[in-house]
Design a protein around this ligand. Structure first.
Ligand code: TNX
Length: 511
């Protein structure tokens, strides 16, 4: 429909009346857009069993290339025929997403709903995103999500015109990507013996072995799927802290002699990589290997929450730095990771702590601790992605209601979808002060307390829908957004998303 587009496009003019469509839909356009057209055809087939067929010219849908359009920009005119004018494939993907929203909610179905014919409102829409980095982060280390679930999440991101999926591939509690040269990372590091039950502070464990990882073929599937959706997957290897699973697999890289196992409790392990040539080489090799599995992706090198206690007394081998300032040792690891990614022509991102030890100025800082860190990064000359936990951590409870499912925060600490929508004001201010240094923002799904797909949906939506409009850059008053969000839920229902209710309390049964 026309009143509930989400994210709201930059300019929408209703032309009055509707066009009548039924299967098969015909479509014409340059061959370079074959992939996007095929994806759209598959979407309508899955949703309502329609056919979309290519015709040499004319047709119900006409794709027109216009090189003056910027990245991801599009114009969509629905008249007797629909004309989609774009400069690139990403623009066409965005235009088709909006077109799907102009149709009925059943066009979002994943179960072949019935839609014999459809009335699409006549309209003229001109649109382009304000921010290029419209990111969502998923922690697959604390809990593992298989390729199927991640591909579905990518579909949902694309449907909201979100652009990046940042995958947190390792942590103290698990290593999740198979690398040929380091088989024990997954043979040992992908498995833990137990997982906390309820909130970590309650101190209960399930005693059930848990694990999983992506094989090379899984990664290839994921990368291909994301490419078709114009979503960029950003792999993160988080080192030198959050390394206990690595140290369980390769004890020679540790500072301590006693054997370590993959962590079974949440929180930050004190065990980090040793400041040795072997550990530095390890970082070079794994970052390079991961980058090779994700061709064209920017690489996130982690760098958060790295305790330096083990480094204070460490005997620092010649050539790896000055032990008098243990924090600077982190800079040596960052430099290796950055060099490995740069050697492959990739852009590099790091969590904001990495700025505290010398950090290459070309690194994009993902500011998670607070908005102040985003300001500091931009002032320091870094490009930044805003990820401030107080606003954009979707592992925080959805509301202050004590009936919310167990989350990392305890009531009343929470982040409502209204809070997320409010990030627009912060982003606006950052954008005004620092302009292009502000790449955009990212919503984080840390998964200590998210163990399965349904609960992932519950924590992600509707907050990601609000976030999508924030980063697209077309937010308005909350009162205008609320009914649009409520009406958007019909699409999420059709897509089988088990979102948290928009109004009222949490869903009572265990989500
Ligand atoms: C902080 S954000 C972390 C994660 C936790 C998260 C929980 C960041 C870079 N580190 O390891 O999962 O808080 O909200």
């Amino acid at each position: 429909m026309i009143d509930d587009l989400l994210p709201r496009p930059r300019a929408v003019v209703a032309l009055g009346g509707t066009v009548h469509w039924r299967s098969p839909l015909t479509i014409s356009g340059p061959a370079r857009f074959d992939d996007e057209i095929e994806t759209f055809a598959r979407d309508l087939e899955v949703a309502v069993d329609w056919r979309v067929t290519r015709v040499p010219r004319g047709g119900d849908l006409r794709v027109v290339e216009d090189a003056t359009f910027g990245p991801e920009a599009y114009r969509l005119v629905v008249d007797e025929a629909a004309t989609l004018t774009v400069g690139d494939g990403a623009g066409l993907a965005c235009a088709l997403t909006t077109l799907r929203q102009l149709g009925p909610a059943s066009w979002w179905s994943v179960t072949r709903a019935s839609a014999p014919s459809v009335e699409v409102p006549r309209a003229r829409i001109s649109d382009a995103p304000r921010f290029a980095w419209r990111g969502v982060h998923l922690d697959v280390a604390r809990h593992f999500f298989d390729v199927e679930v991640v591909c579905r999440l990518i579909d949902l991101l694309a449907a909201h015109r979100l652009s990046h999926l940042h995958l947190h591939l390792n942590d103290d509690q698990g290593w999740r990507i198979a690398l040929r040269a380091w088989p024990l990372l997954t043979e040992v590091g992908a498995w833990r013996t137990s997982t906390p039950v309820g909130h970590a502070e309650d101190g209960r464990d399930d005693g059930v072995p848990y694990g999983g990882y992506y094989r090379e073929a899984d990664v290839a599937r994921l990368v291909d799927h994301a490419r078709r959706r114009h979503v960029t997957v950003v792999p993160e290897i988080d080192l030198p802290g959050h390394a206990q699973a690595v140290l369980a697999a390769y004890p020679a890289l540790a500072n301590v002699a006693e054997p370590l196992s993959v962590a079974t409790r949440w929180g930050i392990s004190p065990h980090v990589l040793a400041p040795t040539p072997a550990a530095l080489d390890f970082v070079t090799e794994v970052v390079g290997a991961v980058a090779d599995l994700f061709p064209d992706s920017p690489i996130h090198i982690g760098g958060d929450e790295c305790p330096t206690d083990e480094w204070v007394d460490a005997h620092v081998t010649a050539g790896v730095g000055d032990a008098a300032d243990p924090r600077q040792i982190q800079g040596l690891f960052s430099a290796r990771a950055i060099a490995a990614a740069r050697a492959r022509g990739r852009e590099v991102l790091a969590w904001d702590e990495a700025m505290e030890a010398s950090l290459d100025p070309s690194t994009v800082v993902v500011a998670w601790r607070d908005v102040g860190r985003a300001v500091a990064a931009a002032r320091g000359g870094y490009d930044v992605v805003l990820a401030a936990q107080q606003h954009l951590y979707l592992d925080w409870a959805n509301s202050a209601d004590p009936g919310e499912p167990v989350a990392i925060t305890r009531p009343p600490l929470c982040t409502t979808w209204e809070d997320v929508y409010g990030v627009a004001a912060i982003l606006e201010e950052l954008d005004e002060s620092f302009g292009p240094r502000v790449r955009g923002a990212q919503a984080q799904l840390w998964t200590e307390y998210i163990a399965d797909r349904d609960h992932l949906d519950y924590m992600a939506f509707p907050r990601l829908a609000a976030f999508a409009e924030v980063v697209w850059g077309t937010t308005g008053p909350l009162e205008e957004f609320r009914p649009r969000l409520v009406s958007h839920l019909a699409r999420l229902d059709a897509a089988g998303v088990t979102y948290r209710p928009v109004t009222g309390g949490p869903r009572r049964e265990d989500p």
